[in-house]
Design a protein around this ligand. Sequence first.
Ligand code: PEP
Ligand code: MN
Length: 338
Amino acid sequence: MIIVLRQGTVQKEIDQLCNVITSMSSVTINPVIGTDLTILGLIGDTSRIDPTQIESFHCVERIMHVAEPYKKANRSFHPDDTVVDVGNAKVGGKKLTMIAGPCSVESEEQICAIAESVRISGASILRGGAFKPRTSPYAFQGLKYEGLELLKEARAKTGLPIVSEIMSPFDIDRFLSDVDCIQVGARNMQNFDLLRQLGKVDKPILLKRGLSATIEEWLMSAEYIMAGGNEKVILCERGIRTFETYTRNTLDISAVPVIKRLSHLPILVDPSHGTGKRWMVSPLAKAAVAAGADGVMIEVHNDPQRALCDGQQSITPDTFDGVMKEIRLIAQAVGREV
Ligand code: PEP
Ligand code: MN
């Protein structure tokens, strides 16, 4: 339930209203002061709340019922776009966020060289997998903690904030001290224990869409994190399973306007995993920005042929530089900045 308050409502009136609500029910009340509206978002069992009694308060403009199961992630709970700070970068808002880096961290030279080139091209966050969720147990699994150390070196050299994927709730403390943003990969989007633990921390979470997740399931996963108190959630569309086999996944560009309508959370697009083909990265990165995404996440490797993971979808730093130039043009056309 959402209670929209009249403009000019003072804190004393809000306190009185909240006291009446809590005397009727054990809901939690989330006040949101937006640019145009001040609202109280009620989460929990609202069946005992008498709307006529609430409406009798002078400060109440109207009551709305939220049909969707996600509340904190719901645009109606938070009409303004959320902007999430990731180190010195911002995700959401007018400026696009360009995340670039290798699928996995392989060596100090590799990650530092890629970080420096993508920084010069205009990337604002460095990505790099240290723990890799591979389909085969015999495939390269990542450098693990050493990979996190190398990412920190690359951050120290370039100033770029870092994002890396977590696989186990046991590593949360380590990720909290090492990275600027914790990535939850597609395969863990419904690892509810992990999501619940990440809801208790003060760190941005980049939540990728599950391999076969509906948009509502994805938003419910965001809700798991937000319900615990961590509202710094960034969504990332990375393609879904369909009957099509030509591409690794089917990149659902339509998810961008849908998320913008349903939620206030920022949304990025990953055209690398979304297509699995390096020559498709540029057109779909541009499509994502044109559709209103808040940025893109792109796999960049200095030597894609020899990459230990996802070389076929990785572009070189030079190609990334060209993609950035093209994205700048699209950004300008849709009123965004890079
Ligand atoms: C990744 O970004 O490295 C990754 C494994 O992506 P996804 O979880 O989307 O497959
Ligand atoms: Mn990858």
